[in-house]
Design a protein around this ligand. Sequence first.
Ligand code: GDP
Ligand code: GDP
Length: 442
Amino acid sequence: MSQEMTTEFAPKVAIIGRPNVGKSTLFNIITGTRKAVVKDQAGVTRDIMIAPVEVWGKQFDLIDTGGITEAGDIFSKLIKEQVTDFLHSVDLIVAVMDGRSGLLPEDRDIIRVAKQTGKPFLLVINKVDRVQDDDMFKADFYEFGVDIVSASFEQRRGVSDVLEWITNNTPENQVVIQEGLNIAIVGKPNVGKSSICNAILGSNRMIVSDIAGTTIDSVDTPLVFNGKRYNLVDTAGLRKSAKREDDLEIISAFKSQEAIRRANIVILMVDGTIGPTDQDARIMQAILEDHKGVIVVANKSDLGNKEVPEYRKTFREQVERVFHFFTDVHVVFTSAKTNQGIEDLFEMIEHVGNQLAFRIPTAELNDFFFETIRKAPAPVWGTTNVKFYYVTQTYQRPPAFIAFANSPDGVTNAYRRFLIKNMKERFDLWGMPIRIFCMKSR
Ligand code: GDP
Ligand code: GDP
């Protein structure tokens, strides 16, 4: 499957607020849905609603967060963290307040959490049923210094102000542009990191040119391969010829951590004739904890078993044993001595770069997700049927997703792995450490 990132993503607009303030009334007006229940009592269960909207030539996905932000215990640290996570995954936030009840402590909390995200944020003071009450009802809310409109959704008043604010603040549909990936090469001493670095930079196919913004003593090296730009992180450390003296594992491990931190993609280099070791497993853990794209490179393949398929099979088996927590990691075979595999390595880097940039429109993601869980529902947890409501992609890389469920604790690790596996299969995300978080919704 091609990973050309030509897909466009409509920005996400979340409607948040206490129960009963008018969130679903607003949602229904904007999306033109009549069927969703508008109820008159707090705490009535409602699923999260999402609908694509096009207004005045702008597209966005409107999300009625219902249960997520209504949770009465929004004061609890955990809920607050989850709500914050969720709000980070959207583009715009519209918080609805009930003007008649004035500013309540829960409102303050919601406003604070929303403001902290730094996303464009609109306060709507609803239920101002008489225009002449506008100023009085709004007065409570000026202290927050955010955009405010007053409204009476029941009378359709204020809706166009909300839409105007949304369309003025929605970013254009995003087209993911990817350039200048940072590549770090890490691994134990003597596996061939310097040699591969030299092979890469010395190769005729590379043009290490004076790309703007790089200085001679920069520790990183920009390079162009097959017309694409990359940045080799901490090449100075790798190329230093006198490095042998301080090549203690502990020092190189420390340097690796720094390189990993600055990289988008980490190449974990291993001596292919020996295979990965426990120490490599620890480096891999560090890479995964930092949420980076990763490629295992088996170097010195010129010394490997003359039976190439046999050599590769053995190595792959070792990978699956040592990296048992990440068995589908990408593997490329190289020889810094014969320059073999460098082309493959860059193909893989490009592939991983595309995987890192993977974005999927929310509707398509939910179609896939519900198709998957229909075929194999989550196992019953105690007496609870685990039910999912909605899933959305976060802005994190590698791709991460938040799934909202009635009982997130009931989502077993096995089931999560099952979801991740399906996801990788469907969207060609093999070798990517993607994550699915589960959050409570009711
Ligand atoms: P949600 O729980 O925040 O989604 O709130 P709803 O949209 O379900 O609305 C809760 C109640 O408030 C319903 O009975 C609505 O009819 C009522 N409501 C919504 N907007 C207004 C308004 O502008 N004025 C008045 N008086 N009531 C409203
Ligand atoms: P580093 O410590 O990981 O940077 O490893 P070096 O690049 O310094 O290489 C360690 C030793 O392995 C040197 O003697 C290299 O010549 C040798 N070496 C590196 N890559 C290869 C390779 O692909 N094949 C063979 N046969 N030897 C290699």
